[in-house]
Write a protein that binds this ligand. Structure first.
Ligand SMILES: [Mn+2]
Length: 322
């Protein structure tokens, strides 16, 4: 059985990149159409369907509902199995309500019978009932995620002879990551699953043979421009136990040096050629506990202002305020 795996759509209005909104809708249509053409009946979705939490624009909301109405009318054989991410949430995601989070994925599962929320659940995704997907929604605390992983892997261990995968939306430990990680991809509890698909990190890459980052169909902005080489989706084959990448040609975010040629079909940001002077400053010099005078002196030092007369003027002005 083949399954289309996608994540992190972040549907929203993007003022600076007006096409990004229509591109993500178009990318979703591409993925449904790909499933239809290739006899794929299951789409696994790894979280972050919309970008905002409680303030998704009404127009975006209507467009999302319209999108799924059209897709499920046109392709009634296709089912979506989705978890909630850290975007599109109506409340803090903690373990005690993880199976019933107020989220966009919940809204869609209540509205469309082909859209299934699998937060802390498990669903058969083939007619023959031999393929099961387990889901853990994004959880704010890694301690909660740890307990959720025990719950889901214990459940999966009891289900014999099934093909099992797990969908999660956390920060796993992988090379080059520079923020705190929530989970170790080599954790033995993952071994009960044939594969783990993880959203959240907008970068497509296998971390271990059985644990992959899903990536996004359309990038979000320049801060992730360098993360993902190409936009697209994965197709997971339960027979070969392999993911295949399928490219979608939506604009990437690319930074070039000032004056350099712009690559085609990309959002481009030019980086200025000058090198700013950076003076190092310590965090302790700028904490709330310090007096205004001390912070001003530290600020001058960090800016390279050594002239005492200038600093004295600053201190004098400061003494007149409050
Ligand atoms: Mn995301």
């Amino acid at each position: 059985m083949k399954i289309l795996v996608t994540s992190d759509w972040h549907i929203h209005t993007y003022k600076d990149f007006p096409n990004r909104e229509e591109n993500i809708f178009s990318a979703v249509e591409d993925m449904f159409s790909y499933c239809n053409d290739n006899n794929i009946t299951a789409i696994y979705f790894g979280g972050d369907l919309v970008h905002a939490n409680n303030n998704t624009p009404i127009k975006v909301t209507l467009n999302v509902l319209d999108l799924f109405e059209r897709m499920f009318d046109k392709y009634p054989q296709i089912n979506v199995f989705a978890i909630s991410g850290n975007h599109g949430l109506g409340e803090k995601s903690i373990l005690e309500r993880a199976n019933n989070l107020i989220s966009w994925v919940q809204i869609l599962s209540k509205r469309f019978s082909n859209f299934n929320c699998i937060d802390m659940g498990s669903w058969y995704t083939s007619d023959t009932q031999d393929t099961v997907v387990y889901g853990i929604p994004y959880l704010e605390f890694k301690e909660d995620f740890d307990k959720a992983l025990t719950i889901q892997s214990d459940k999966a261990a009891k289900s014999i002879g099934k093909f099992k995968t797990l969908l999660i939306h956390q920060t796993p430990d992988f090379p080059t990551i520079n923020f705190p990680m929530d989970t170790n991809p080599n954790d033995p509890r993952y071994k009960v699953f044939d594969h783990v698909h993880c959203g959240h990190i907008h970068k497509r890459m296998p971390i271990t043979e059985y644990f992959s980052l899903i990536g996004t169909p359309t990038q979000l902005g320049f801060d992730e421009g360098g993360l993902q080489v190409d936009n697209g989706f994965l197709v997971y084959d339960t027979e070969t136990k392999k993911n295949t990448f399928h490219k979608l040609d939506y604009p990437k975010f690319v930074e070039v040096k000032e004056g350099e040629p712009h690559p085609p079909n990309c959002y481009v940001r030019e980086l200025p050629n000058y090198v700013p002077t950076v003076t190092t400053a310590s965090r302790e010099e700028f904490t709330e506990g310090n007096s205004k005078d001390a912070i001003l002196v530290s600020y001058c030092k960090a800016q390279g202002i050594e002239d005492q007369a200038t600093i004295d003027v600053g201190l004098k002005i400061l003494s007149k305020i409050n």
